[in-house]
Design a protein around this ligand. Structure first.
Ligand SMILES: [Zn+2]
Ligand SMILES: [Zn+2]
Length: 148
């Protein structure tokens, strides 16, 4: 299906924050249902049935969600995941990412991010935010491997 859909509004259309908010809400729903990180294009695929077909719309919705702290962007996977909400907005976040199945879990290890930020502050570096990605093999995949 290559149809461009209805001719709606010119690109760069300003205003109607509610419409953009609705797109963001739909993108958030898609990410919540997935329960794993999705690339912008995977989000786009899943939004197509609701009439969202423009990559820019999806990128805008996703960056809005990231700004609002509802979604995190995982640089290494170039993907987005819903925040589990167990931390302050815009604080340092850690993820464990399984190399085998890409299962991703947001983790909070008390004190670790603080210690890191203190260490960096000592070096004169002020942290604006961080997504720390820890790669490895998840418990499920480790068990599967053991069986082979
Ligand atoms: Zn989070
Ligand atoms: Zn795994």
């Amino acid at each position: 299906m290559r149809s461009k859909g209805r001719k709606t509004r010119p690109a760069g259309y300003q205003g109607d924050a509610r419409l953009r908010g609705r797109n963001a809400k739909k993108a958030l729903e898609v990410l919540s249902e997935a329960r794993k990180p999705l690339s912008a294009y995977e989000v786009l695929d899943r939004l197509a049935p609701s009439g969202i077909t423009a990559p820019t719309t999806v990128y805008r919705a996703l960056s809005r969600l990231v700004e609002e702290g509802l979604v995190h962007r995982l640089d290494s996977l170039n993907a987005y995941i819903v925040c589990d909400g167990h931390h302050a907005q815009h604080s340092e976040v850690m993820f464990v990412v399984c190399r085998v199945c890409h299962a991703t879990e947001e983790i909070t290890v008390p004190g670790v991010a603080d210690a890191l930020c203190e260490e960096l502050a000592d070096r004169g570096f002020s942290v604006a935010g961080a997504n720390i990605e820890i790669k490895g093999v998840c418990a499920h995949c480790s068990t599967q491997r053991g069986k082979d």
